[in-house]
Design a protein. Structure first.
Length: 263
């Protein structure tokens, strides 16, 4: 192999390394811009989330935050692919550097050796930086996933509280309507009057039954009177139970309205 061939090989190798470093630097600039924008978004989102947590989220804000987190997760997934490409490029450059050093070890000047060592040092530093950026990005993804889970849990909680509140309002409205109906209709007062009337009729029936028995009424007439008396007694028992039920219902509703009526 001639000196010209060695020099040409060295020059081509150095040019390849320089070109690789230029490409790597370009990737780093793009990646740093991506990371800066991502951190700006994450910081703004965190501050916004704290404000919303203190003041309460409406549906539109909650949905917007969920969409933003989903977009950020997709964004970081794409950037993670970019980092993997950078790692592969880094490994290829390191392999090329190792091969170049071994092939030109006996035909390289001290100045060229110093330049190669400096480039190798820069490659090692860039490799560490890529690893660090990848670790930061992975942490950001984990944080976003946790935030996303909390947001959807909060959405479920908000919806559950809304449904529970609607059910309570409906129950209270029903309770209030029952109270109004009983109060305006005077239900238990009417039942008391009806109960007193039926009681008087029952007493009259009993008295009539006694009189007919004393006057020697026929067995058919006595049986008819006995049947009428039994029916009157059953009706009285029914009215008595209904009257007690309505009175208790009225008292219960009054107590519930006093304790459950919203401020």
């Amino acid at each position: 192999m001639s000196i010209a061939d060695i020099v040409t090989e060295e020059i081509l190798g150095m040019l390849a390394i320089d070109l690789g470093l230029v490409i790597l630097s370009g990737w780093f600039i793009i990646l740093l811009l991506i990371i800066r924008e991502f951190r700006k978004f994450a910081r703004g989102f965190t501050q916004g989330a704290k404000v919303q947590e203190a003041s309460g989220m409406d549906d539109q804000t909650l949905q917007m935050c969920q969409q933003s987190v989903d977009s950020a997760l997709n964004y970081t997934s794409e950037n993670n692919d970019t980092l993997n490409d950078l790692i592969q490029l880094q490994q290829a450059l390191e392999s090329q550097m190792t091969l170049l050093r071994s092939s030109t070890a006996q035909h390289i000047s001290p100045e060229e050796q110093a330049k190669i060592d400096d480039l190798n040092l820069k490659l090692n530093k860039s490799h560490q930086l890529i690893r660090k950026l990848k670790g930061d990005l992975d942490k950001s993804v984990k944080g976003l996933k946790i935030t996303r889970k909390k947001l959807f849990n909060q959405a479920d909680t908000v919806e559950g509280l809304r449904e529970q509140n609607a059910a309570l309002e409906k129950d209270f409205e029903k309770l209030e309507q029952e109270y109004i109906q009983i109060s305006e209709a005077g239900g238990f007062q009417d039942l008391a009057i009806q109960y007193q009337t039926e009681k008087e009729e029952l007493l009259n029936t009993i008295e009539e039954y006694k009189q007919q028995a004393e006057q020697g009424a026929s067995s058919e007439e006595l049986d008819a009177m006995r049947q009428e008396l039994e029916e009157a007694q059953q009706q009285m028992q029914h009215l008595s139970k209904e009257k007690d039920f309505v009175e208790n219902k009225y008292l219960d509703l009054s107590k519930k309205l006093d304790t459950e009526k919203p401020e």
